[in-house]
Design a protein around this ligand. Structure first.
Ligand code: ATP
Ligand code: MG
Length: 335
């Protein structure tokens, strides 16, 4: 029993999730670490650390060690994973000491970036580490029949990456990965407010604005929200009322990049599988796909059915945890 437990980790830019087949979802925390600048010791991780972003005194920093779906700061990611492992052991007990870990990587990750993910996961005490392509994990976690010879189209809009893949018979037929997603939407909102009102808002505020006022380009009844930030001219705090219409406009560019990537991927689909897409449509996962009106907008743009995965924020984690079973199944079919 010892050392043989397999857990799946979705090491996401925005959120890190841990899943095991027997226990289900064990942990779900923002990928944020708060640390002491001088001693480099970890003060908090996850939700607690996320709440500190932009609010810490000078001796504490709250950082996000992953960017665009890959590791940007190796040491801090390793610290984060070690703390995650401690918590997982706390929840599940010692049977997960030295677990086998399946972790996902974006399809666009380079071999150096993949190596860094494997090494960081090993450093948290894992025995064996295997990598799975993120969209394959998302498709498995979304209950798609990935091991059958039919086109399963998955569109995963994360914090740092958006991945579109057509999966058939256990593998990727064609895929596109763009390094944009929910984080860029937040950035666009910060830029918009700064340019138009000379008001600086923080990342957490921008994310809240996106979730409340953000709409994909569809007709909607305008709503407004009061936001607070720092007036760049006077340096003083200021409150401003912004509208969903202007935020919708600010998000257009990021969305059109995502749409372009979806179109390109669908165009690359082999003719034999194209018919499946018309019938079965595409499945959305990832937090970014929950933007108001995203599903409706996509249907209008690409003219195939668009479905939301059962738990869009958890699909990748569930899929990594379940993937070994699928890998077995697929390899049995081939042998
Ligand atoms: N209701 C919502 N409306 C719009 N965006 C949302 C909503 N809920 C979550 N998000 C956004 O989804 C993103 C996080 O999604 P997710 O957890 O799938 O990313 P991730 O897997 O950590 O990132 P990546 O896969 O790129 O490494 C964040 O940018 C978050 O702001
Ligand atoms: Mg993700």
């Amino acid at each position: 029993m010892f050392g043989n437990t397999t857990i799946g980790i979705d090491l996401g830019t925005a959120n890190i999730l841990v899943y095991s087949k027997s226990e289900g979802l064990i942990l779900n925390e923002p990928s944020v670490v708060a640390m002491d600048v001088n001693t480099k010791s970890v003060l908090a991780i996850g939700q607690e650390a996320k709440e500190m972003i932009g609010k810490t005194p000078t001796n504490i920093i709250a950082v996000r060690p992953l960017k665009d779906g890959v590791i940007a700061d190796y040491d801090v990611t390793a610290d984060l994973l070690r703390e995650i492992m401690r918590r997982v052991t706390g929840v599940v007990g010692n049977s997960v000491k030295r677990p086998n870990v399946v972790v996902c990587a974006p399809t666009g990750a380079t071999s150096v970036e993949r190596r860094a993910i494997i090494d960081a996961v090993k450093s948290m005490g894992a025995k064996e580490v295997s990598l799975i392509e993120e969209p394959v994990a998302a498709a498995i976690g979304a209950d798609l029949p990935v091991d059958e010879p039919i086109a399963n189209v998955i569109v995963d809009i994360g914090g740092g990456t958006s991945e579109i893949a057509i999966i058939s018979y256990g593998g990727i037929v064609t895929s596109t990965s763009v390094r944009t997603g929910g984080d860029h939407m937040d950035d666009e909102i910060i830029q918009h407010i700064r340019k138009n009102y000379n008001l600086l808002v923080g990342e957490a505020t921008a994310e809240r604005i996106k979730m409340e006022l953000g709409y994909a380009p569809i007709p909607h009844t305008e709503i407004t929200m009061d936001v607070r930030g720092r007036d760049l001219l006077t340096g003083l705090p200021m409150t401003l009322t912004i509208t969903s219409t202007e935020i919708q406009k600010a998000l257009e560019e990021t969305l059109s990049r995502i749409l372009e990537a979806i179109r390109v991927t669908l165009e690359q689909c082999p003719a034999e599988l194209s018919g499946d897409i018309v019938d079965r449509g595409i499945v959305l996962t990832g937090g970014g796909s929950q933007l108001h009106g995203f599903q409706e907008w996509l249907v209008n743009q690409i003219d195939v059915p668009v479905h939301m995965a059962p738990s869009p924020l958890e699909s990748v984690a569930i899929g990594t945890g379940m993937s070994l079973e699928y890998i077995d199944k697929v390899s049995k079919k081939i042998n």
